[in-house]
Every structure is written in C-alpha cells, then in structure tokens.
Design a protein around this ligand. Structure first.
Ligand SMILES: *Cc1c(COP(=O)(O)O)cnc(C)c1O
Length: 349
C-alpha cells in the first residue's frame, strides 16, 4: 500500500473503499451506478447522508443540508448569489488561491466586493487579523483552511454579519460550532468522499432572501424544497460519503478525529522544526493541521530526498506549483503510521 499525502481527492478508510466496491457490484440487486436516484433505496441513502452530516457536526435546528454538484468552485458563485442583500456589498478575507477565486466569483455575481483582510503581501503564509469590518456588508466570506498555502484559522471570526465559510479542506477534521455560520460549503473530495458532490449547510432563514435573480440551479432554496433531488444528484459520491459518515460516527466522531489529526500534525511539525534539513513555510501560529507545507533548507538535497520518499512508497508530497517545496496533506483517513514513515525518511536525509 502507498502512503497517500495527496491534497485531494483524499484517502478514505479501507473499510469505506471495500463497502463502496461491493455496492458497485450489488446494491439491493442492482449496481449503485445504475440505480435510479428516485428509487426508494437511494432516496433513503440521500436522507441518511443528510441526517448523518447533522449528527456528525451537531448541526442545530434551522439548517438544511444539501449535496449538490459543481464543486466548491461553483460554491463561490452560489454563496454570492444566495447571500446578496440590500447593499449588494460583500466582505472577503483573502488567504490564498481559493479565496482569490471566491472574490472573483463574488464580483461575477455583480456584488461590490471588499477585501476586508488579506495575507497576499507575504505570499499567503499567515492568517490576517480582521479589523475595521464595514457594517453595511451583506455577508463575510472566508476559507477556514488554505489547502495550498498550508494555513488554517484557529478560531471563527467574531461578527454580527452573516458568515459564509468554504470549509472544503478541513470539514469533519474537528468539531465546529455550526450556529456561528449562515452557510458552510465544502467539496466532498478533501475529507468526506469521492469527488462529485459538494456539501452545503445553510441556515433556513436565509433561503429565498437574495436580492438578485438567481439562475435556477444556483438557488439553494430550489434544492432545499426538493430535498437535494432537484436534478440527478451525484449518486455514487453521496453513497460513499454516507459510508464515510457512518464510519466516522461509529469511530468516535469528529472529537476522536480531531485528536488523531493533532497527533499527526504534531509529529510532522516537530520533525520540520527539529531537523536542520527542513523549514516550515507558514507562520507557526497559523499552521494547518490538514496541509503541512515545508521546504528543504538546502536545495542540493532535493534529488536525494525525492528519491527517498518515492522509494518509501509515499505519493502526493510535491508542493503546489504556486508555493513550491513540499506539502503533506494529512486528511482524516491518513494513518499515523504513514506520518511516521515520512518522518523516518526525513530523518534519514
Ligand atoms: C479544493 C478546494 C476548492 C475547490 O474545490 P472543487 O470542488 O475542485 O471546486 C475550493 N476551496 C478549497 C479550500 C479547496 O481546498
């Protein structure tokens, strides 16, 4: 088996892979790939998946869970359209590549976009403070974990303005207080399931309140009214996400997951800080527990290090082209043994 440190699509538990493979061959006598999304058997899966999201994240009353298509990239546009208010003015926190794309889509939706904080001045290697937030914003949008830069918010911004968060790369990695948000969205493929579905957790009171004319598919109220079945949902992705949700809940839920993720991150960051061959690329206080970015202190060792980890059955360690260096993504299902294997290789350099 290979140790998968890839940034996404993510590793999932072996048990989930096995159950998913079995359902491709036999899901109540049909393949999960051919079953009608309107069949009672699949409607039950969709309902279960939506309920299990609520269970796993302790979602309070008054929120709707949806599984849609289009990835988080469509979520940038969907969030802007659905939350446009009377001022058509939105605040974005720009902490990296994905936030920058969200800003662009906010503008594409026709909103006046204010970057209320940004870490672009230092190549997105830290999480900026949120000061002087204008009071007339319709919403604030931020990215909880910056998959490419390797930074992560350690607390939820305090504000009375409706709060939207792209949690694509750290949802289900730790407990979150959903009540602080008006919308959370996340592409499934970083911590939840296979690519193809995008999770939305939206406050019911917001639905139908937009001041923009929303194209049908982008209107969250349309999807909520149809119980996430407005059109053909990504059946297989939802099915496997539900398997993974059940697995998470059975194994101690997000509390147990958070503990393991902290252990994994501590192990790797310790090595980066104590091994003179490596250095971290972000400010220590803002380090991501999911995507660990680091580089060699001496580039002449690159060939040897690359050889070592490739020989050690490690995949996906190459940093994003915009940051360079290395990135170890440690999503929920990555075992601590894999992190130990990487640390041993770093020690051997
Ligand atoms: C991967 C990622 C995205 C893009 O997700 P798609 O589902 O590929 O559109 C957006 N935001 C964050 C934080 C991500 O990690």
């Amino acid at each position: 088996m290979k140790h998968n440190f890839g940034a996404g699509p993510c590793i999932l538990p072996q048990e989930v892979f096995k159950d998913a493979a079995a359902a491709v061959l036999d899901f109540n006598g049909l393949s999960i790939l051919e079953v009608s999304h309107r069949s009672a058997d699949f409607v039950k899966v969709m309902e279960e998946a939506r309920e299990n999201v609520k269970k796993a994240l302790n979602v309070p009353e008054g929120y709707t869970v949806l599984f849609l298509q289009g990835g988080a990239s469509l979520g940038f546009l969907i969030s802007a359209y659905n939350f446009a208010g009377k001022n058509k003015k939105a605040g974005y926190v720009n902490t990296g590549t994905w936030s920058t794309k969200a800003v662009k889509e906010g503008k594409n939706a026709g909103l006046e976009v204010i970057e209320i904080a940004s870490s672009e001045d230092k190549g997105f290697n830290y999480i900026p403070e949120l000061n002087d937030i204008p009071e007339d914003l319709d919403f604030i949008h931020y990215t909880s974990n910056n998959t490419i830069a390797g930074t992560q918010f350690k607390s939820i911004p305090e504000t009375n303005i409706p709060l939207i968060c792209d949690m694509s790369s750290d949802i289900f990695s730790q407990p979150i207080d959903v009540s602080k948000f008006d919308l959370i969205y996340a592409g499934a493929q970083k911590n939840l399931g296979p690519a193809g579905s995008t999770l939305y957790i939206v406050k019911d009171s917001v639905l139908g309140k937009s001041t923009l004319d929303i194209p049908t598919y982008l209107d969250l109220q349309v999807h909520a009214k149809k119980d996430s079945m407005f059109n053909t949902p990504p059946v297989f992705s939802v099915y496997v996400a539900n398997l993974n949700l059940k697995y998470m809940i059975k194994n101690g839920g997000v509390d147990a997951i958070a503990k393991r993720n902290e252990e994994k991150a501590e192990l790797l960051y310790n090595e980066i800080d104590n091994n003179p061959n490596f250095e971290g690329t972000t400010e220590v206080k803002d380090r991501s527990l999911m995507n660990v970015t680091f580089r060699l202190t001496d580039d002449s060792k690159k060939e040897r290090f690359d050889q070592l980890w490739n020989d050690g059955n490690i995949v996906g360690l190459k940093g994003h082209r915009s940051v360079g260096g290395y990135r170890a993504s440690m999503y929920n299902a990555l075992e601590i043994e894999s992190v130990k294997a990487l640390v041993e290789i770093m020690k051997a350099l």
